[in-house]
Design a protein around this ligand. Structure first.
Ligand code: BGC
Length: 829
């Protein structure tokens, strides 16, 4: 039994407004991460880098109002944000379009005021009240104005940079219309003018996800294209690093950019597109992103894994061998053959044989990034690949299998350039892992199939063939244990000392807090954090955990006021009187500051393809958690980019589960290097749409579920043991993820060995057919933020026998064990 001592924590943050050393260091990491994730897609006539002495005309919505990240819980309150305009000035560029930018700023301010009024009116029309803020706000995202007309060329410049910016966030999906996926007519006019007036135009896409790029076919003066995504507080400086050539671009796309929206396989039916936001049928099955385009032979504008550099690299001397540890090991040499220092990503794909089961033509099975290589410098990279990365899930046998056949091993710096270097010959069908059926639904028959599968690239006759036999593989047979049996012994000893009432209180969050308009920012101990777990048994030595969002940094309020030892004012998200957050109110008392580092959004981080760098970012976030007294970071977000219009894609990493899983694992390892700080990987699972997110039902086959939507979570859990998992709002084949025994207990705990805490997303139990007791039965340990109704529901279902006390206590034991290892304790006595 533990006798740990709870740390005395005082007001978080500092009363000193000056910039501390750590903020400067952390901003440098954020800047590097942003620069390394930016993807260069087009660089005709070497229009980039742009000499620092070359005058540049800068236009577009995001020039001076660069979007650093998405809205909602994924937002972060940093000290200051560097726009592209500011970043380019800092780098020493002479911006010739100052007047246009100043005019833009005035137009922007008016548009922003009008938008606020619209929100206020919307709230009034829905009956007023702070609880209406969130729905009205989410469904009326601010659209960036196009700005003043561009009528003449700024004489000194031949080069213009044009920034296209988009805002999205949780609670609503994006729209396939002007101002979102497409340009508005006005934006198109501005772009047309810039392309008419300037010889060299460079486009910057400052959006959380894909947009339509067909304007590239229209205007031949567009010579450069950079995908900035949403780069965090240092975005302007990071972009200037790339524009000036101080940093050589090394990012690669983690999504396919189609020629047109209609090319995405689920474009007709996704979310609101077919008017049905209740049921989302995943008819594309495993054919998500490049798996679809590549297999069906549909050309894309920019393929998965693609990104240019200012230098060139050559790949050679690839060797492939089986390792003793049950992995395939690949080594290759990467040489910088150009004339600038740079980094390169090596991507490994497997071409999969069609057999009894239809498979995608190719699949990413591994990747790595070189260090910085000088011209002519060479590095040997090594990548280890587990057999499961080649496997498919056979629903008929409830098993991960390797079907007999030839699996080509291809290496390259994008899906398009990958070439076969070896063949893995699987001599007979191999069962890697024997599971059981989960999330039962025979949906497979409704999925699309590929009749004319794209032929595998011509096989090189001289590549080595490596055989793999069933006898070499130790088959895993999963042992499925009950929820009530899966608890840490020492924590359960403690839980046995608690009353039933105390257990119910612990499991049902911290009722009364974190509700209404301040949803997701109502933490009190650490102001503006998302919430806290119950402190009802503090006297018995159990600390309460402070939980803060993510994923673009630590989300706290920038400041709060303390008077007579009490917090007297914390800015809230929406205030009926004043309108919006941070209207500059001054209060009596002492002001505490909590500036956090706004890092790039998830997609941009993933575009670095650099797990070492992501670990470094995670480590720094962990330091900030420790600094402010936060134990669990409600991040990373790692849902799959199933369709470009998902409102929260910016928070997530990729259309590919390996990228998602590896980057989330790296982030977790980084954060958790700080003792007592943990990640909460989210939203588990199939949370791929924001419209009607609390009720929508993701209907899919078990195979697609396991191979695409759970696989990233599985990798992250197996590789990094995050402290926590957050379930998603949606249903999966009819059952809410939060109440879903199959994903929480069978998949996460029994199959992958997850040891931590599972919690709900905020207010999930307010959805139809989703209950707190249902969470406990499923093995979802903590209802957040929790309400009196959740407590009552537990009480009721315990008393009528529908919830067993053993299930409840197992859940609480898992919560206790995460509390114990958190940074809320000072030492073991
Ligand atoms: C979001 C979560 C977030 C939570 C707490 C919810 O609205 O979906 O991602 O962690 O709020 O802020």
């Amino acid at each position: 039994m533990s006798t740990r001592r709870i740390k005395e924590r005082h007001f978080s943050g500092t009363t000193d407004p000056t910039v501390p050393e750590w903020e400067i260091k952390h901003r440098a990491v954020a800047r590097r991460a942003a620069a390394d994730g930016i993807v260069l897609l087009k660089n005709e006539n070497h229009v980039l880098p742009i000499d620092i002495n070359c005058p540049v005309a800068l236009y577009g919505a995001g020039a001076s109002h660069t979007i650093k990240g998405g809205t909602g819980s994924g937002d972060v309150n940093e000290r200051e944000c560097v726009s592209i305009y500011q970043g380019m000035k800092n780098a020493g560029y002479h911006i010739t379009s100052e007047r246009w930018i100043a005019e833009y700023d005035s137009i922007y301010d008016v548009a922003r005021c009008n938008w606020r009024d619209k929100i206020k009116k919307g709230i009034a029309a829905s009956g007023g009240g702070e609880e209406n803020f969130f729905p009205v706000y989410c469904t009326n995202p601010f659209r960036m104005p196009a700005g003043p007309e561009i009528t003449k060329k700024e004489e000194e410049s031949e080069t213009a940079v044009f920034v296209i910016s988009r805002i999205a966030g949780e609670g609503a999906d994006r729209q396939a219309e002007g101002g979102d996926y497409f340009l508005t007519e006005e934006e198109h006019c501005r772009l047309e003018a810039v392309c008419r007036l300037y010889q060299n135009v460079v486009i910057i896409v400052n959006a959380g996800g894909q947009i339509d790029l067909s304007f590239l076919d229209e205007f031949c003066n567009i010579k450069g294209l950079l995908i900035l995504v949403q780069p965090g507080m240092e975005g302007g400086n990071a972009l200037a690093d790339i524009l000036s050539g101080k940093v050589n671009p090394s990012g690669k796309l983690t999504d396919s950019w189609a020629y047109q929206y209609e090319d995405y396989p689920n474009s007709e039916t996704f979310s609101h597109n077919n008017g049905n936001v209740e049921r989302e049928y995943y008819e594309e099955g495993i054919y998500v992103g490049y798996r679809y385009f590549d297999t069906f032979g549909i050309p894309v504008r920019y393929e998965f894994g693609f990104g240019l550099s200012y230098t060139e690299f050559a790949l050679s001397d690839c060797t492939v061998k089986k390792e003793q540890n049950g992995m395939l090991e690949i080594t290759a040499k990467v040489k910088n053959t150009g004339d600038r220092t740079g980094k390169e990503v090596v991507e490994v794909y497997a071409s999969l044989p069609d057999g009894r089961m239809e498979k995608e033509a190719r699949r990413l099975i591994g990747f790595t990034k070189t260090t910085e290589l000088k011209p002519q410098e060479e590095q040997t990279v090594k990548i280890q690949i587990p057999w499961k990365n080649f496997a498919s899930y056979d629903e008929a046998q409830s098993a991960w299998i390797l079907e007999e056949g030839k699996y080509g091993i291809e290496l390259g710096n994008s899906l398009g350039t990958a070439q076969e270097y070896a063949v893995l010959q699987v001599t007979e069908e191999i069962i890697l892992e024997q599971d059981k059926k989960i999330c039962g639904m025979e949906f497979g028959k409704n999925e699309i199939t590929c009749k004319n599968r794209k032929e595998q690239a011509d096989r090189q006759v001289d590549v080595p063939v490596i055989e793999l036999h069933a006898s070499e593989i130790a088959k895993v047979i999963v042992e499925y244990r009950k929820n009530a049996e899966l608890y840490p012994e020492d924590a359960m000893e403690f839980v046995h000392t608690l009353t039933k009432e105390e257990c119910m209180k612990l499991a049902s969050g911290d009722p009364g807090k974190a509700q209404g308009s301040n949803l997701g920012a109502a933490g009190i101990v650490v102001p503006g954090s998302a919430g806290e777990t119950s402190d009802c048994v503090k006297e018995k030595g159990l600390a309460s955990l402070a939980l803060a969002d993510g994923p673009a940094g630590l989300r706290l309020t920038k400041y709060y006021y303390v008077k007579d030892g009490k917090i007297v004012y914390t800015p809230i998200e929406f205030n009926i009187e004043n309108g919006f957050l941070y209207d500059g109110e001054e209060f009596e008392g002492t002001k505490y500051y909590q500036y956090c580092t706004a890092i790039p959004v998830g997609t941009l981080l993933a575009q670095t393809w650099d797990t070492g760098l992501v670990q470094m970012v995670g480590h720094m976030i962990g330091e900030e958690m420790e600094h402010f007294g936060v134990s669990l970071w409600l991040a990373p977000g790692m849902n799959i980019h199933r369709n470009p219009l998902c409102g929260r894609n910016f928070e997530y990493y990729s259309e590919d589960p390996l990228v998602s899983g590896k980057i989330a694992a790296a982030m977790t390892e980084g954060v958790q290097k700080n003792p007592g700080c943990g990640t909460t990987i989210k939203h588990f699972a199939c949370n791929n749409q924001e419209d009607n997110r609390q009720e929508s039902d993701s209907i899919l086959s078990e195979r697609a579920l396991r191979e695409i939507y759970l696989r990233g979570f599985e990798i992250a859990v197996r590789e990094s043991q995050p402290y926590a998992i957050m379930t998603s709002y949606n249903r999966i084949n009819g059952i809410h993820a939060a109440n879903n025994f199959d994903i929480c207990t069978e998949a996460a705990r029994n199959e992958w060995g997850f040891k931590g805490l599972i919690m709900t997303d905020w207010t999930t139990t307010m959805s139809r057919d989703c209950t707190a007791a249902g969470c406990m039965r499923a093995g979802n340990d903590l209802v957040m933020p929790g309400s009196e109704d959740d407590y009552k529901n537990l009480e009721q279902e315990l008393s009528d026998g529908s919830l067993s006390e053993d299930d409840l206590r197992a859940c609480v034991a898992r919560l206790v064990s995460v509390c114990w290892k958190s940074n809320q304790y000072e030492e073991e006595v």
